[in-house]
Write a protein that binds this ligand. Sequence first.
Ligand SMILES: [Zn+2]
Length: 233
Amino acid sequence: MIHAVLTIDDLPSQNTRAIVDYLNSKDIQALMFVVGGWYPGSRENAVYALQHGMILGNHSFTHPFFSELSREECIEEIEKNEEFLDKLYEDAGVERRFRPFRFPYGDKGGENKEFLQEYLKDRHFNKVTDTSFDFPFWKDMGLDKDIDTFWTFDFGEYNIRKGSGFTEEDVFKRVEDPYPEDGVNVLEDGRHHLLLLHAHDETEELVPEYYKHFIDYLLDKGYVFDRPEFFDA
Ligand SMILES: [Zn+2]
């Protein structure tokens, strides 16, 4: 058996509702990361996700590279999106119990890294429970200490873009690779994963319902999707 918590980045998109409906049909609760300043036109899709059982986290307000920002700008990106999320939860009529955060591009802020981790701690952001993640890189990279939500495996399906030449087959090649460069064999029995998918409308346009293909495949391979759990902040 392989356990995984599913995270989906870059909400809210046009395909958010369809993703949420699919996940509910499989009894999967995902942790979805919202970029409040990106798609104001489909804000109601994020409300829909909340009202249908998903947990929403903070992915910054405009999705910048944090290492290119000043400390003040970093804080503004986080806090502006916190306000956006508080309002989303309020509008959805759902209690906000957890405050997970994910850096865009996994960019933890360069020279401001320690400062930002302290900030996330002081502001009581919630760390995803990671005590069962036993990939060596998790500790080597200090991810066991960090408050933000990283991942053990990124499908990389956002690379499927017009003109990129990257296809769904390329994603599956990586998923099925028994000896990947980074040592993360997705199909190895007994592992615990924090998986990363994206809700990108361009992917949807090129490969309709791409998320089903990947998740159905993993379910077939014996994956069990756990509900996201968090350490007390
Ligand atoms: Zn993102």
